[in-house]
Ligand binder design. Sequence first.
Ligand code: CA2
Length: 155
Amino acid sequence: MPDSPVLYVLNGPNLNLLGVREPEIYGRETLADVQARCERAAGDATVVFRQTNHEGELIDWVQEARGKADALVLNPAGYGHTSVALLDALKALSIPVVECHLSNPAARERFRHRSYVSAIAAGVVSGFGPVSYELAVQPALGLAQERSRSADRSV
Ligand code: CA2
């Protein structure tokens, strides 16, 4: 791993509406505020922070992360509950993935209880609003560092 690890933070559909709609569920902070929290939590690491409303674009970014990122924090939003295609893309990754949610989907409607992403995630942080992202960043980077140390040992 280079001196400064690269962390991808990818966000799925409708998260661009953060702070604008449904503040009672998702709070008043915007996605730009969440990005600033991730950058702070990541310290010296480079953070690539993106949001898309399109499943194919999210999958393209996951594939891109394969060659460019050391770890991934992913809020798949609605696609976490539905997208086998996203799961397939994630399965091709060998970097640590931490799934992250603002709300706690397990405490919401039944259709939100299933997450395809959880099947491959190293861990899941949910229910703490924008703080969920901060809590996800540190273990994602820690796991990346562990992985690179054990790769060093094996050469
Ligand atoms: O709690 C989360 O982070 C979710 O991933 C958010 C998704 C939802 O489908 C998941 O079950 C849990 C929805 C993202 C929509 O974001 C909005 C934000 C503000 C206003 C409207 C939607």
